[in-house]
Design a binder for this molecule. Structure first.
Ligand code: HEC
Ligand code: HEC
Length: 303
């Protein structure tokens, strides 16, 4: 804040407070000289305005607010650059609260950091902490229940773009992931896109309607242009985050027009890196929670 702005703010605040004091002063004078029951002469809709003094309680309230304002401005920041004698600040308070929470949870974080993701599956408190980190940090993209949506992978199933081991999940969270599907509309043309789409549909593990006459050409084009990422047998490649195109899980919607759209226009997906936001210990806990989402069945079968 510049000195001029600071001075300007102080001036406005001071004028405001002095204005209130002046207002009070004049209404108080009126009260001493005014006679009860006199009207001001203003009438509206048959209602007359009386020239009575302000009620006492109201005046007192006014005095108190002024005193409060002055004390507040001495103690807390409010007068331009003046920081207040308490030295309070929002950031200071936030940092204090964070430090307090860290001190409270640090021993727990350390305890859980030393345990593997698999063993944490039997620690309800650790999973709960992971869940609350998830609710704060991840739910905007992956949904409150981790089921994701179009373009945002479901984290509760067994289908993983980048692999579902604890290390894979931890890596996805800490380092982030970038899924790059090139646009093929230009290279393939409309007909070429249709051919690969119908080839992909013909290979799906569930029966889908497709045009058999397009499949052969589609297969040739697929093997030349797509197999390098999605693999020759269409099962995908976790090293690239290229999804399995044979199964019933579709990251971008599985209708013919949605599949076409992805192939024509490509996708630049971005899972942001969370190493700086979370740090290792919190990432470890949220990894344990994410891992639990797709392993809930194992737990039930153990019981
Ligand atoms: C800004 C949106 C966004 C946020 C926030 C976000 N993610 Fe993601 N995440 C994505 C996207 C998009 C992908 C898919 C990347 C791709 O398609 O290549 C992804 C992928 C993942 C994957 C890999 C899934 C797989 O199938 O291999 C995991 C695990 C994951 N996220 C966990 C998390 C966790 C845990 C958090 C919170 C700490 C989080 N994400 C926060 C958008 C987000
Ligand atoms: C450079 C690697 C690469 C190549 C080559 C490539 N893809 Fe992809 N493809 C990807 C990635 C990565 C994604 C996932 C994008 C994301 O994470 O959102 C993807 C997604 C898709 C999807 C959406 C899948 C879903 O679950 O919704 C389809 C369909 C697809 N690709 C078809 C093709 C076809 C057809 C070709 C060849 C013409 C092709 N891809 C070539 C990397 C590639």
């Amino acid at each position: 804040m510049s000195n001029a702005l600071s001075f300007y703010i102080i001036l406005i605040v001071a004028i405001n407070i002095l204005g209130c004091v002046a207002l009070l002063f004049f209404t108080r004078k009126k009260k001493q000289s005014g006679e009860q029951g006199k009207t001001t002469g203003h009438v509206y809709d048959g209602i007359e305005e009386y020239d009575n003094p302000m009620p006492r309680w109201w005046l007192w309230l006014f005095y108190i607010t002024i005193v409060f304002a002055v004390i507040y401005l001495i103690l807390y920041p409010g007068l331009g650059k003046f920081k207040g004698v308490l030295g309070w600040s929002q950031i200071g308070q936030y940092e204090e609260e964070v430090a307090e929470a860290d001190a409270k949870y640090m021993p727990l974080f350390e305890k859980y950091a030393a345990m593997s993701v698999e063993t944490l599956q039997d620690e309800p408190e650790a999973l709960q902490m992971g869940q609350s980190i998830f609710a704060n940090t991840c739910f905007g993209c992956h949904g409150a229940d981790g089921r994701g949506g179009i373009g945002f992978p479901n984290l509760t199933d067994d289908d993983w773009l980048y692999g579902g081991t604890p290390d894979d999940i931890m890596y996805s969270i800490m380092e982030g992931r970038k899924g790059a599907m090139p646009a093929w509309g230009g290279a393939l043309g409309e007909e070429g896109v249709s051919q690969v789409v119908h080839y992909i549909l013909s290979e799906n593990e569930v029966e889908r309607t497709f045009k058999p006459e397009l499949v052969n050409e589609g297969k040739t084009k697929y093997e030349a242009m797509c197999a390098v990422c999605h693999s020759k047998d269409l099962t995908g490649n976790t090293a690239m985050g290229a999804p399995n195109l044979k199964d019933t899980t579709w990251l971008h919607g599985g209708s013919i027009s949605m599949i076409k759209d992805v192939i024509e226009n490509g996708i630049q997906a971005n899972m942001p890196a969370h190493d700086k936001i979370l740090g290792k210990q919190k990432a470890h806990l949220v990894t344990a929670y994410v891992y639990s989402l797709s392993h809930a069945d194992d737990e039930q079968s153990q019981q």
